[in-house]
Ligand binder design. Structure first.
Ligand SMILES: Nc1ncnc2c1ncn2[C@@H]1O[C@H](COP(=O)(O)OP(=O)(O)O)[C@@H](O)[C@H]1O
Ligand SMILES: [Mg+2]
Length: 318
């Protein structure tokens, strides 16, 4: 609102002076003002776009870093692991966090000598207040953040020693990134998957009817996710992406954000089905998920000086 007003003041101030000096007529000023009114919405969009560039660049750099990292790893491991790559993605019985410590800042530990085990066949909920370290713990489990000390093992294999981590771990982040591309490419992310499987996953998460009503179906191009999709639809696309990847470990950060009660019921069914063959770890402060899980790990942190306290509350199912 400030920019159009400012432009108007400048035009009338300069224009007024030029009218007095008979260099300009009132009619011309009115024409300029009308033209400016037409241009303002476009100008605002350009300014908004320019201001979002630093954020987009940061995200792009992060993606490039991860791509480079996985490229280096795969080059390094390719000869050693050629046989293992041809196998199906492995299955793990447990993810074990042993004596793990982590901090973002010196002298303020977030986790100190933490021991936790996440078994296959159970849904594990990490619960707790804002800033307790839930997302950080999940990111450590995904292998994207390195602990200061201790280790994370998948059965006997060190998480860092996995030949291709992304084949074993799927993460549904809190903020799901949608690319300007088709629904198909947004859920497959370059994987070669049958159309039937994609449709099944979309139905599974509750996006089936929406996709059926689109002229291009799963080939519908999402131009601008923020204006075209609801928060719930974005969340469901992220979930469909993880279901399609079908890895032995499934991590979700606040998956009920933006979901209505119907969608939460659907998510609970998905969790129940996924945990049969996977290690499922969910971070959430949403009480609606308590009944869906077999175990609750509670994180509590009320001071920057002390590490997060970790306690367990077994649910009624045990
Ligand atoms: N990238 C970061 N750099 C520094 N501090 C961070 C970073 N991410 C999170 N923190 C801090 O670590 C603590 C735990 O954050 P987080 O794991 O996001 O908690 P939660 O998910 O439980 O809300 C908070 O105090 C937060 O401010
Ligand atoms: Mg969080």
């Amino acid at each position: 609102m400030g920019i159009p007003m400012l432009a108007m003041v400048i035009i009338w101030y300069l224009g007024g002076a030029m009218v007095i000096e008979e260099q300009l007529t009132i009619g011309l000023i009115i024409t300029y003002t009308a033209t400016l009114n037409l241009m303002v919405p476009s100008l605002i969009r350009i300014i908004e776009f320019a201001s979002s560039i630093p954020n987009e660049l940061t995200a792009l750099m992060r993606v490039k870093e991860l791509c480079d990292l996985s490229l280096i790893r795969s080059e390094h491991d390719s000869s050693v692991n050629a046989e293992r790559h041809s196998e199906q993605s492995p299955s793990f019985e447990a993810m074990i966090l042993a004596d793990m410590s982590f901090s973002y800042h010196e002298n303020s530990p977030l986790f100190s000598n933490l021991d936790l085990t996440f078994n296959k066949g159970r849904a594990h909920l990490i619960n707790g207040g804002n800033g307790a370290g839930k997302s950080t713990l999940l990111t450590i489990l995904s292998g994207e953040l390195q602990p200061l000390s201790g280790h994370i093992k998948l059965d006997a294999t060190d998480l860092n020693g996995l030949p291709n981590r992304s084949q074993s771990i799927s993460m549904v982040p809190q903020k799901i990134h949608i690319i300007s591309d088709s629904i198909r490419n947004n859920v497959t992310f370059g994987m070669d998957v049958d159309q039937d499987k994609i449709l099944k996953a979309l139905h599974h998460v509750g996006l089936g009817k929406w996709v059926e009503h689109l002229d291009q179906g799963i080939d519908h191009i999402i131009k601008d996710a923020r204006s075209e999709l609801s928060g719930g639809q974005i969340q469901k696309l992220g979930l469909a992406r993880a279901i399609l990847r079908d890895t032995p470990i499934l991590l979700m950060d606040e998956p009920t954000n933006n979901l209505d009660s119907e969608a939460v019921k659907r998510l609970i069914n998905i969790i129940q089905a996924q945990k049969q063959s996977k290690i499922v770890v969910i971070v959430s402060h949403d009480d609606r998920l308590f009944d869906a899980v077999d175990r609750v790990v509670y994180l509590e942190n009320d001071s920057f000086r002390n590490a997060t306290r970790v306690t367990e509350t077994p649910s009624e199912e045990g």
